[in-house]
Design a protein around this ligand. Structure first.
Ligand code: 6R9
Length: 655
């Protein structure tokens, strides 16, 4: 991928002395714990599992097979617990008045602190409210909320009564929301009348009304609406329920449902290389242990510190590192409603100073967007409260890493570049501050219990310094358990490419020091501003438009977003390319999927490069999109090599 220096040997940043003395682990400590986690995994995880409160203890630590004809993954299976109680109740006695959520609003100057006691009360009330609507253990509750504390309240209320939440990112379109509700057979939805982002209002309820009308497989019975802004919305008395009214009548006490460790906690949809988004299913015990353990060690977290993960709760990063990990640890988690550049590019630094934030965890795309402004984003800021920085979601190019380190980090804060996935539940490859010397652009070493490996395309394990497909050889407690409603898809997607291994879909290089460098997806998944999108998903949305005969979508290097969306479209006979058609298709993708799917580039292609068997040669489309037309490679297997000349000359004409 662009700018990722996987071939040159970059400099190493040693652990600052001041840091090494006080961190949870030093380098020797990391190796000791890591080695133990691999040599005696059951002993290691049995011990780590004690970090949470069990209602009934487990007997067996793990029961796992990655064999594709006998795939099963179970952790702590006969133990009983409740995740919400672990995030709330157990902190009340000694830390009930500590701030659980520090919410920072879109408009500068707006913020709210919610203590653990208050959060516990709010969760219990909503949990009772959901019960009064007939929600039971195992029911799927969809959450389509802006970044307000009530989003976390909704998640925890589900966890408290054993309902399975399915959070849908509030930037998704009604079509995308309906698809996820249908797939989850979800009959209840929690939303807000509107959200706020970057000074604008986001019409959530309006989207929900359209989504409810679009649902085919499920009959939506209740839409709980949190009236958050002054925006008026339509009201359908048969299904709409006012959030405030629903909770006002409820008791502050709601006993936590006794859940099996392997009972589902949530579903979260994510894109793959084929088909519709998959409902990644996470269960209770293993997930919460893993989220909590990684949150503590990777962020070297101490009670009382203010920790800000600048993700959205609609993504896995928000699930594990805004809500579950930090709250399980009794942390103060910052929840920011807005965007990094509103009202201007100094906002992130201002929030850090205003609220004396100690840890900042943010996506490389945001860092690059700020970096484009030079020193402006940190001008006049002190940033002295910051102790640690982290990144997630996509490879960070060394230039952006160094800028982040120099500006926000004042050359003192380590940066933890954390590689992981929706499927992994928590961090997999990551430095530990105080323990890991850093190399800009590398995700460094595995977390405890994680066994990464590289294989060639035939599945042969590669030794030493090597480049290959990144796989994981054993399980870890935070691993996804299945694709909701389609276990075969789980087997096919992750365990069929290479035998007895979990295939990540990423390529990576391992250097002489055993450090991992993620080189990006090796499948047809795009990573645009840290958001995963399947090319197949975009293509099927495009061909659903009446003007489109065929479409192919590839990623191309983009300075800020990491990857941009490059679309090739073959129009139907009789439809002429035009600026108007260009706009129409742009808007079409936005409305079918959401604004994150807005194409950066649409190229009209009278034909697509196909092999004789009809397979589109994406390699060629990627090269043209990247403006590397001189490196197209072998085109002799194409059915019609002439197609390529046309693609190249149109690209040239367009740029
Ligand atoms: C947590 C999250 C997962 C994909 C993953 C990889 C990319 C994530 C990364 C990274 C390089 C990092 N990715 N973190 N690539 N360095 N530190 O992002 O989950 O949305 O499921 O995306 O993101 O390609 O496979 P998810």
């Amino acid at each position: 991928m662009r700018g990722l220096s996987v071939t040159s040997q970059p400099e190493t940043y040693l652990v600052p002395d001041s840091y090494a003395a006080s961190s949870l682990l030093d380098e020797a400590g990391y190796f000791e714990m890591y080695n133990r986690s691999i040599q005696d995994p059951d002993g290691f995880w049995r011990e780590q599992a004690q970090r949470i409160d069990w209602i009934e203890p487990f007997s067996q630590v793990q029961d796992v097979s990655f064999a594709k004809d006998d795939l099963h993954i179970r952790w702590f299976a006969d133990g009983k617990l409740n995740v919400a109680a672990n995030c709330l109740d157990r902190h009340l006695e000694h830390h009930g008045d500590d701030t659980a959520i520090l919410w920072v609003g879109d408009e500068p100057g707006t913020s709210r602190e919610i203590s653990y006691r208050e959060l516990h009360r709010d969760v219990c009330r909503l949990a009772n409210g959901l019960k009064s609507l007939g929600v039971k253990k195992g029911d799927v509750v969809t959450i389509y909320m802006p970044m307000v504390p009530e989003a976390a309240v909704a998640m925890l209320a589900c966890a408290r009564i054993g309902a399975v939440h399915s959070v849908v990112f509030a930037g998704f379109s009604p079509e995308a929301l309906a698809g996820r509700m249908d797939d989850g057979q979800s009959r209840i939805l929690i939303t807000a009348n509107a959200g706020r982002r970057g000074g604008r209002s986001v019409p959530l309820k309006q989207n929900v009304d359209r989504a409810v009308a679009l649902c085919r497989e499920t009959n939506v019975e209740h839409v709980v609406v949190f009236n958050y802004t002054d925006d008026a919305t339509d009201w359908n008395p048969t299904i709409d329920r006012d959030y405030a009214e629903l909770v006002s009548a409820q008791s502050d006490d709601c006993p936590a449902e006794v859940m099996g460790a392997e009972d589902p906690l949530f579903i979260l949809y994510t894109s793959g290389s084929t088909g519709k988004p998959k409902g990644v299913l996470h269960t209770s015990g293993g997930y919460i242990i893993y989220a909590s353990l990684t949150h503590e060690y990777v962020f070297d977290y101490r009670r009382g510190e203010r920790y800000w993960c600048a993700a959205d709760v609609g993504w896995i990063t928000g699930h594990s590192y805004i809500v579950y990990g930090p709250l399980a640890n009794g942390a103060t988690t910052v929840m920011y409603e807005g965007v990094p550049h509103y009202p201007d590019v100094t906002r992130v630094a201002q929030i850090i100073d205003d609220h004396q934030i100690n840890i900042l965890y943010i996506a490389p795309t945001a860092i690059r967007a700020l970096m484009a402004e030079g020193n402006k984003p940190v001008a006049g800021a002190s940033l002295e409260s910051l102790r640690l920085l982290g990144t997630v979601g996509e490879p960070i190019n060394p230039e952006a890493w160094k800028w982040f380190h120099r500006t926000f980090g004042r050359c003192q804060c380590p940066i933890v570049d954390t590689w992981w996935q929706t499927e992994t539940g928590g961090h997999m490859l990551t430095p530990l501050p105080g323990a890991t010397p850093l190399k800009p652009g590398s995700t460094t070493r595995p977390f405890f219990g994680v066994q990464p490996a590289l294989v060639d395309n035939d599945g042969n394990l590669l030794d030493g310094a090597a480049d290959g497909n990144l796989v994981l050889l054993g399980s870890w407690p935070g691993q996804m358990r299945t694709v909701f409603g389609d276990h075969q898809r789980f087997v096919d997607t992750y365990f069929s490419t290479f035998e007895n291994m979990y295939f990540t879909g990423d390529g990576a290089r391992r250097d002489e020091d055993g450090y991992y460098w993620i080189t990006g997806r090796v499948d047809d998944v795009l990573n645009v501003s840290g958001h995963r999108m399947g090319t197949a998903e975009l293509e099927s949305a495009l061909v659903a438009h009446e003007a489109v005969a065929e479409a192919a979508v590839v990623g191309y290097p983009h300075d800020i977003k990491g990857q941009g969306i490059y679309v090739y479209v073959t129009l139907n006979n009789g439809v002429e390319p035009s600026e108007e058609m260009h706009q129409t298709l742009r808007n079409w993708l936005r409305s079918e999927i959401g604004p994150i799917a807005t194409p950066d580039f649409i190229q009209w292609a009278p034909g697509l490069p196909k092999t004789r068997s009809g397979k589109i040669m994406r390699r060629i489309l990627r090269k043209v999109a990247a403006d590397e037309c001189e490196q197209l490679g072998d085109t002799s297997t194409l059915a019609d090599p002439g197609v390529v000349d046309n693609l190249v000359s149109n690209r040239a004409a367009a740029t």
